[in-house]
Design a protein around this ligand. Structure first.
Ligand code: PHE
Length: 343
């Protein structure tokens, strides 16, 4: 190699070894090989040389070109290795770290309670039914013996769905009780069923009122079903929820679809002498219930000479609030992660 070429090569090598990145290296490489660059310039000069020098000059230029190519390839490899080494030894990115853990969600506290109760009731031979949230006026009211002038039908506390005149009127169901009507139409007695779900009421919302909340309906129809069966079932339910026997009492309660109708209270599971949950009374209102009104059974096509039944309406939202000491019902459906992440 001519000494002029040896100097050029040495100069390039020095710059290659001090190049700190692939980008810098690439720009040096372009200087050598691009059109108008070092090598191209040398080859362009060859035709103007004395014929006797041309072959030698051409060969020398090509030799230099190959030497540079090999050196650039080695320099590229060196930089790549160095980058990998930096990553391994704790640079700003560590390819060997495990991936960040995916954030896991959790079941909504309502879903948790609903599933626990479904397990409890299915273990007692109940089936779990579903019903539509947009319900026929007939199923939500008429078939449940709720008279046309009953205040529950008032447009003030019910969401009506606009339906063309002449078509059956639809409401957002105000309770899960219409599933009783649907159950009687589909199941042959004896049967036991629960129906959990969302219900809707036109409410001015506050800490204890929400326009959308959750209930769980219970319905048992069979021969000789009595208030005794109802009480026994409620005791089993409480035992399942609180893990121990809890005393219950019945007070009269009026609901058009049960006769007799009751409010069932349970001994406050949180205290002995009165607390904020039981409002210092040692009893908490657990649920309304009663024996299914004969008119409701008849509307459901059930032979009332042979069968009777009981029904209850458990307030799932209230139960969840009681369980976790939640002071405002509106937290339940607000979708606020700061609330939900606690469950
Ligand atoms: N459906 C009634 C309500 O939402 C509760 C209820 C259910 C009462 C079953 C008696 C029997 O208020």
């Amino acid at each position: 190699m001519q000494s002029e070429h040896a100097d050029l090569l040495a100069g390039y090598r020095a710059r290659m070894s001090s190049a700190a990145s692939q980008e810098v290296l690439r720009s040096i490489e372009r200087e050598a090989f691009d059109k108008g660059g070092t090598i191209a310039g040398m080859l362009a000069k060859v035709p103007s040389l004395e014929p006797s020098e041309r072959a030698g000059a051409g060969r020398a230029a090509n030799e230099l070109k190959r030497a540079l190519e090999a050196d650039f390839a080695a320099a590229r490899e060196r930089l790549a290795q160095a980058a990998l080494e930096r990553e391994r030894s704790g640079g700003d990115f560590d390819a060997t770290l495990p991936a960040p853990k995916a954030r896991r969600g959790s079941l909504h506290p309502l879903t948790q309670v609903q599933r626990e109760l479904e397990d409890l009731f299915t273990s007692m031979g109940y089936e779990v039914l579903d019903g539509p949230e947009i319900e026929l006026e007939r199923n939500n009211f008429d078939a449940l013996n709720i008279a046309k002038d009953h205040p529950a039908r008032d447009a003030m506390d019910t969401f009506w769905v606009k339906t063309p005149p002449g078509q059956e009127r639809l409401v957002l169901r105000t309770h899960t009780s219409p599933v009783q009507v649907r159950a009687m139409a589909h199941l042959k007695p004896p049967f036991r069923a629960i129906a959990p779900g969302k219900v809707f009421r036109q409410e001015t919302t506050d800490a204890s009122h929400e326009h959308t909340f959750h209930q769980m309906e219970g319905l048992v129809v069979g021969e000789g079903i009595s208030v005794g069966n109802l009480i026994g079932t409620m005791q089993t339910l409480l035992q399942g929820i609180f893990g121990r026997a809890i005393e219950v009492r019945l007070r009269p309660g009026y609901f058009p679809f049960v006769e007799p109708g009751f409010e069932l209270d349970a001994r406050c599971p949180f205290c002995k002498q009165g607390c904020s949950v039981c409002k210092r009374s040692t009893w908490i209102e657990l649920l309304p219930c009663g024996l299914v009104h004969p008119r409701v059974l008849e509307a459901g096509g059930i032979d009332i000479e042979r069968y009777s039944g009981f029904a209850f309406g458990l307030g799932l939202s209230r139960l969840v609030m009681m369980r976790h000491g939640i002071e405002d019902v509106r937290h339940l459906l607000a979708g606020d992660l700061r609330f939900l992440e606690q469950f």
